[in-house]
Design a protein around this ligand. Structure first.
Ligand code: GLU
Length: 425
């Protein structure tokens, strides 16, 4: 049987989708008879590309390009965030949707994988323009999304307010209030306690587990974090509270370094006031590229894809890479780090805390019965720890990396479901 892929799925194309396909190829030899179904993971189920015309404040109409990709729904409805970024491409959204399929299966939440994005720099829009863009984009997705079909959530540059506008727009179009159509909503609109910090908290929980396996004490451990958004910020607070020293932080405004550890609470207050991270006065500012030379026990890439590449993987001096971002390490860099004895806790496990609490939010919305923060954090920690242990044990048994082990377990779950459901017609 030949498997010629449509041109837009071109496996040779560089970029995130090519990386995702390489990861699938790497896991295939471990899937036994289930490998028969692996082609389904190489083709998104459906892709929607939409034009989003927005009336700008100056009266002109500007057009933006938006996407929503349903990668796989074998195990449940589509689930995954919406990214607003000037560099968003279809390849990126496709890869992110594939990683959602793997991630949801790796931690066992009952979803398939989906992702959306709009090619826009939201910092250049007024609040009114951002709201009109969000509402028109949501309307264009109307046929695709729904509480039992596909449930968006926040991702890079999207937040609770944007989720509230999405929920409201969908609800108006449906003629009923449907809180369960998106997660990551404000608490007052069916949001969940613990959701905002869930991804960073999950990064920390698996970091602690990996450190215990490697015999690294947390107190005094040095941590470098790339990205100080929703993920990096919460992860920094967790590590700081556990007695680790956050020695370097980088975001779009620059890179801060302090060998004794940055004052994370002060930095959080500073950034929450809307000030540029790199302008914080109580730290040394270092060149962005020097971030990769900082010696640490933990390196936490929590920004965008393809940050750790052949260009810097040889220089990185750390023990554990915790992938808070999706797709931060290229397959070639993955090999270099592994050969150098550095453990990588892969994105599909490390950052799964966000979608796990999204799942809790969705369950709470369905039952209109809300849990305490302790219940949420306790359940989150347990799911993350169990997923880590299961993946680590598989890695040891099969003598593979944690990434390959996570992909093995996830692909087995997805492809068994695929096989049991059978092909229609
Ligand atoms: N955007 C987050 C991720 O990449 C969360 C997705 C969700 O909660 O659905 O995992």
């Amino acid at each position: 049987m030949t498997h010629a892929l449509p041109s837009y799925l071109n496996a040779d194309a560089p970029g995130p989708w090519g990386v995702y396909l390489q990861q699938i190829d790497r896991v295939t030899p471990y899937l036994g008879e289930l490998a028969y179904w692996v082609e389904t993971l190489k083709r998104p189920k459906r892709i929607l590309i939409v034009d989003i015309p927005v009336r700008m404040d100056n009266g002109q109409v500007q057009h933006f390009e938006g996407y929503r990709v349903h990668h796989n729904t074998s195990r449940g409805p589509g689930k995954g965030g919406i990214r607003f970024h000037q560099d968003v491409t279809l390849s990126e959204v496709m890869a992110l949707s594939g990683w959602m399929t793997i991630k949801n299966a790796a931690v066992g939440v009952p979803y398939g994988g989906a992702k959306g994005g709009v090619r826009v720099d939201p910092r250049l829009l007024s609040r009114g323009e951002l709201e009109r863009l969000t509402r028109r984009y949501t309307s264009e997705l109307n046929a695709l999304i729904g509480p039992d079909k596909d449930i968006p959530a926040p991702d890079v540059n999207t937040n609770e307010q944007i989720m509230a506008w999405m929920m409201d727009t969908y609800s108006i179009n449906q003629g009923r209030t449907a809180t369960g159509v998106v997660t990551g909503k404000p608490l007052s609109l069916g949001g969940s306690l613990g959701r905002r910090d869930a991804t960073g908290r999950g990064v920390f929980v698996v970091g602690v587990a990996a450190a215990a396996d490697a015999g690294i004490p947390l107190a005094g451990a040095r941590v470098a974090i790339q990205g100080f958004g929703n993920v990096g910020n919460a992860a920094a607070r967790c590590f700081h509270e556990a007695g680790a020293h956050i020695v370097a932080v980088q975001d779009v405004t620059g890179t801060l370094f302090n060998a004794k550890g940055l004052d994370i609470p002060a930095l959080c207050t500073w950034v929450n006031q809307g000030k540029p991270l790199a302008a914080h006065p109580e730290a040394e500012r270092i060149p962005n590229d020097a971030f990769w030379d900082v010696e640490t026990e933990f390196l936490v890439p929590s920004a965008l894809e393809q940050q750790i590449t052949t260009a810097n993987a040889h220089r990185i001096r750390t023990r554990i890479v915790l992938e808070g971002a999706n797709g931060p390490t290229t397959p070639e860099a993955d090999d270099i780090l592994t050969q150098r004895g550095i453990t990588i806790v892969p994105d599909v496990l490390a950052n799964a805390g966000g979608v796990t609490v999204s799942y809790f939010e969705w369950v709470q919305d369905f039952s209109s019965f809300f849990w305490t923060e302790d219940e949420i954090n306790g359940r989150l920690d347990r799911i993350m720890q169990e997923a880590y242990t299961h993946i680590r044990d598989t890695a040891r048994e099969q003598k593979v990396t944690l990434r390959t082990a996570a992909f093995i377990l996830a692909c087995e779950r997805i492809l068994k479901a695929r096989e049991m459901r059978g092909l229609y017609p």
